[in-house]
Design a protein around this ligand. Structure first.
Ligand code: CAA
Length: 378
């Protein structure tokens, strides 16, 4: 880590210990999201980290952003993911938006006064995102959207929605990306999902019923929406990887701490080689994940193709989070399974990391396609 990253990490550690950690058990239990925490993160510059300062962002690199998201995730995956997805939405507007769209929509998002949401998935278009059915029919001055988006992180609390809808032919080439604001007539929200994990982060259906979106809210142009979504996910897969690393690191920290103080058979349980090997493997896998996340971020920051490495990072870091949090519960034993310790929450929060932003099976598809391309080229 460079000096700036050490500083970011230390600032976030203080903030999270004071403002997030005390609420997490309660908020997980009652499924509460606190907008004031998000806005405080924005006031500190963490809600638009990778966005240029001209639009209120912090102008940081994805490597810096990964360090910050990792630190937040040590205390709360819910807040880290909210920042991650909102950052992805801002990146879409920053990369593909017009100057007017950037000056209109970015400042409130970078400031943390508002949250962004990404609407791609539908009930019959999850992994097969190109099959989405939401339609956008051309009308005078804009488009009329109809359809339902599913499993939308921050659905209902977000103010700016990036929505992929069909304006043309079947398949990925007929999709267009739109910016839709909360409050637009015809936009409503379905039930809040009852989830295993990420319980402080609301997930809802986002429904469009004859929802008029002005032409000026289209991103790049008709038929470009699938590429907009895929390019955004190349970055989202880095940041979700970073969230997974933070969660894993916290689970390891708790495992070491507990096993050094818990005594059985007249020894701290840390002294038993069976547990030492588990924790050594956890540490090794976490570091490997962190390095992959940083490498995917470094490639992106230096303008190089990072699609394959971003999928490596997402796959490795999130599978590691599932394994590490499961093993951490095992190390704590009976208390690990209870809500007396946060380990069972960590294990619940880990599971969906293997599913969102492209399941880990989709990551393998992306990697295999790249391998084929590389072998065919050379
Ligand atoms: N960048 C730019 N363009 C890309 C691209 C990328 N990374 N990946 C693909 N494309 C382009 C291709 O070049 C192709 O264009 P051409 O035809 O002009 O060459 C076009 O997009 C179609 O590509 P594919 O043929 O590869 O598309 P496919 O239908 O076979 O799908 C897939 C590929 C990888 C499976 C893709 O559908 C996918 O990633 N699915 C998973 C969807 C996903 O990740 N959903 C996450 C939901 S969001 C979320 O979880 C956020 C949250 O709230 C937490």
């Amino acid at each position: 880590m460079n000096e700036l990253q050490v500083e970011l990490k230390s600032q976030l550690e203080k903030f999270c210990l004071a403002k997030i950690e005390p609420h997490m058990e309660h908020d997980d239990e009652v499924e509460e999201f606190r907008m004031d925490i998000f806005t405080d993160l924005g006031n500190l510059g963490f809600c638009g980290m990778t966005i240029p300062e001209t639009y209120g962002g912090a102008g940081l690199s994805y490597q810096d952003c990964a360090v910050a998201l990792e630190e937040i995730a040590k205390y709360s995956v819910s807040y880290s993911v909210t920042v991650s997805v909102s950052t992805m939405v801002q990146a879409i507007i920053n990369d593909f938006g017009t100057e007017k769209q950037k000056t209109t929509f970015l400042p409130a998002l970078t400031a943390g006064q508002e949250i962004g949401a990404f609407c791609l998935s539908e009930s019959s278009a999850g992994s097969d995102a190109g099959a989405l059915k939401t339609t956008a029919k051309k009308t005078e001055g804009g488009y009329i959207l109809n359809g339902t988006k599913m499993w939308i992180t921050s659905g209902g609390i977000a103010k700016t929605y990036i929505v992929m809808a069909r304006t043309g032919e079947a398949g990925s080439k007929g999709i267009t990306a739109f910016i839709v604001r909360d409050g637009t007539p015809g936009l409503s929200f379905g039930k809040k999902e009852k989830k295993m994990g990420w319980r402080a982060s609301p997930t809802r259906e986002v429904i469009f019923e004859n929802c008029f979106v002005p032409e000026e809210n289209i991103l790049i142009g008709e038929g470009q929406g699938f590429k907009v979504a895929m390019a955004a996910l190349d970055k989202g897969r880095i940041t979700i990887g970073a969230v997974a690393v933070g969660l894993s690191q916290r689970a390891l920290d708790e495992s070491v701490k507990y096993s050094l103080t818990r005594h059985q058979f007249n020894h701290a349980i840390f002294e038993f080689q069976g547990l030492q090997f588990m924790m050594a493997d956890m540490a090794c896998e976490i570091e490997a994940s962190r390095l992959l996340v940083q490498e995917a971020a470094r490639l992106y920051d230096s303008g190089k193709p990072n699609q394959k490495i971003a999928s490596f990072a997402k796959l490795k870091a999130t599978d590691t989070a599932m394994k590490v949090t499961t093993d951490a519960v095992q190390i704590l034993g009976g208390v690990g399974y209870t809500r007396e310790y946060p380990l069972e929450r960590f294990m619940r929060d880990a599971k969906v990391l293997q599913i969102v932003e492209g399941t880990n099976q989709v990551q393998r598809v992306v990697i295999a396609r790249q391998l084929k391309k590389e072998y065919q080229t050379h």
